[in-house]
Design a protein around this ligand. Sequence first.
Ligand code: BV8
Ligand code: ZN
Length: 237
Amino acid sequence: MTLEAVRALLPGARSIAVLTGAGISAESGVPTFRGPGGLWRDFRPEDLATAEAFANDPRLVWEWYDWRRQKIAAAKPNLGHYALVTLEKRAPELTLITQNVDGLHPLAGSRNLLEIHGNLWRTRCLSCRKVRDSREAPLARIPPRCPCEGLLRPDVVWFGEPLPYDLLKRAIRCVEACDLMLVVGTSGLVQPAASMADAALDRGVPVVEINLDPTPLSGRASYVLQGKAGEILPKLL
Ligand code: BV8
Ligand code: ZN
């Protein structure tokens, strides 16, 4: 049974790298990007999550983020998030790399966390560049403005924008140092996150995919556990 084989790998793992995507928050009621219900007013994420879309229509882009912030404000971490917190406590070393911007991993208690696509609970001012925490949902004013009168944007990485260099460097370094990698709830379509598993596979390190559906990684992963992250991860503990 694959689940037993993967469970047997955990006690001996010295350094675990975990990569998560929107699928780990699905059971918390947070819509995924490419699954059913993930769309908003028939827009594709690639159409709205760009600097061009924001420059053209900051109000539309902020209406989408305000909708997501309200959904996420009502969401709680699920058993998948908490299982990764437990695993981080047990393993000698575990780095959690997430593409998610929903803030549910830090809320669940994950510490060694790299939010490589940013966090939608932070804003950045286009004028004075100040980054702030902002928990207001719904936003009182759309688009929100800085006290300096500058336009605020969500502090997330949009398509066509580079990932924060230090976070990306740390993520690649931990994948290159790990002796086990878990890839949970990601469709494996967005780069550079989607290529991280290759850095582990190329070194012969076991890569375990946990996903509802097959993805481009499934054919190369060492183990594929098909199902819900909130059900599978606790069973691995
Ligand atoms: C960069 C933040 C270079 C915003 C996100 C052509 C033109 C332009 C660019 C490109 C191009 N081709 C490639 C690129 C690069 C581009 C890219 O990859 N595009 C894709 C669409 C082809 N990448 C970029 O632009 C990146 N930057 O390359 O910069 C550069 C370098 C130097 C200088 C200038 C530029 C930036 C990418 C980051 C984009 N930002 N988000 C926001 O979220 O608002 S990406 C967005 O997608 C989210 O972060 C999300 O996490 C991410 C990936 O999606 P997933 O997490 O995988 O979610 P998805 O819905 O797709 O899948 C869910 C999965 O879960 C499914 O498999 C499902 O089966 C599974 N699931 C569902 N329920 C469960 C489950 N699994 C388990 N349990 C469940 N219960
Ligand atoms: Zn400002």
